[in-house]
Design a protein around this ligand. Structure first.
Ligand code: NAD
Length: 320
């Protein structure tokens, strides 16, 4: 065993892959996750099943706002903070409470505990949504940040909080701005998941806007490798773009899915969703130079893996 780490959001899409990656590397992993009902908790139990079968893994099934984090910190080498209320479109209206509670209040609570443990670094899962609907692409870490969704605003607040605890208490942190992550276990509200499940279930596919919007898609194993690598980083930078370099339009993605599944999709175009941006594109120069980030999985290869996963998990999907 290499050492002990904590992963918040351990049963989520990215968190569960991260836990498996760290366990494979020989770490003992304490996963914290309250299995929120944003999507099926049963599905999340499926995500974390493999890690739970590993002797180095412990799941603490609690809300970060209630959990006694202090008691878990003994001998911890890093805290990976991925727990969040994710999703741009759902962040308007009365649901915003959940975003504030899980993305801002819970992060501040974690930082309060960590400030007394200056040697434990924090790796925080931020988002490309902090940039907003900018024409300044590719997006660079130093450019102005104007989120256009309440979700993006909470992620930016959390980044600011990390920086405040760094300045005032010397807390070490790295914030990774993930650009649309995809692959097996992708959240059901995300575009690829919706497209693939609709296609496999012979349902029409709903597209927000005209489908010409572009995203820089990042395969989950590339995002996870960068996240694990970030724990070892002790240089001067604190914020990194993590983008897979698979920049494509939604229409291109749809035609790739059609080709891979071998079926023509019935596409229904809907109004653009409020809070969605037109384009994302990561400048990953900093992450490449400082973290050795080297994304390796193409859109097509990653989509094939995600389709395979959905094919073999359709019954779980139907449960929620
Ligand atoms: N998926 C992406 O493309 C993407 C892009 C940018 C940023 N991110 C960020 O990466 C992280 C992981 O995203 P994901 O797609 O895996 O989401 P996810 O919803 O699958 O995982 C988040 C997990 O956090 C847990 N959680 C939420 N609030 C909690 C709380 N208060 N206490 C304990 N557990 C809580 C949920 O139960 C869930 O299992 C999030 O911080 C998200 O904002 C994701």
């Amino acid at each position: 065993m290499t050492g002990k780490v904590i992963v918040t959001g351990a049963a989520g899409f990215i968190g569960s892959h991260l836990c498996e990656h760290l366990l494979d590397k020989g770490y003992r992993v304490i996963g914290i996750d309250s299995l929120t009902d944003y999507y099926s908790p049963e599905r999340k139990r499926g995500h974390i099943k493999q890690a739970i079968g590993h002797k180095g893994f412990t799941l603490v099934e609690e809300d970060l706002n209630d959990c006694d984090i202090e008691t878990l910190l003994d001998e911890t080498e890093c805290v990976f903070h991925l727990a969040a209320q994710a999703g741009v479109r759902g962040s308007w209206g009365s649901e915003f409470n959940h975003y504030v509670s899980s993305n801002i209040v819970a992060t501040q609570r974690l930082l309060e505990v960590l400030k007394g443990h200056g040697s434990i670094p924090l790796v925080f899962a931020s988002s490309s949504s902090v940039y907003g609907d900018t024409r300044e692409i590719p997006m660079r870490e130093g450019q102005s940040l104007k989120p256009v969704s309440p979700y993006g605003a909470t992620k930016l607040s959390a980044e600011h909080l990390c920086e405040l605890y760094h300045i005032n208490f010397g807390l070490r942190y790295v914030a990774l701005r993930y650009f649309t992550v995809f692959g097996p276990r992708q959240r059901p509200d995300m575009a690829f998941s919706r497209f693939i499940t609709a296609s496999l279930g012979d349902e029409p596919v709903e597209v927000y806007g005209e489908g010409t919007q572009t995203r820089d898609f990042t395969y989950v194993s590339d995002a996870v490798a960068a996240t694990a690598q970030a724990m070892l980083y002790d240089g001067p930078q604190r914020v990194f773009n993590i983008g897979g370099g698979n920049r494509s339009s939604i229409l291109d993605v749809l035609s790739t899915i059609e080709r891979l599944i071998g079926k023509k999709l019935e596409i229904r175009f809907d109004a653009p969703a409020k809070g969605d941006v037109l384009d994302t594109w990561a400048d990953t120069g900093r992450a490449r130079a400082e973290l050795g980030f080297e994304p390796t999985v193409s859109l097509e290869t990653g989509l094939e893996a995600e389709i395979d996963w959905y094919r073999s998990h359709l019954r779980v999907m139907e449960g929620g």
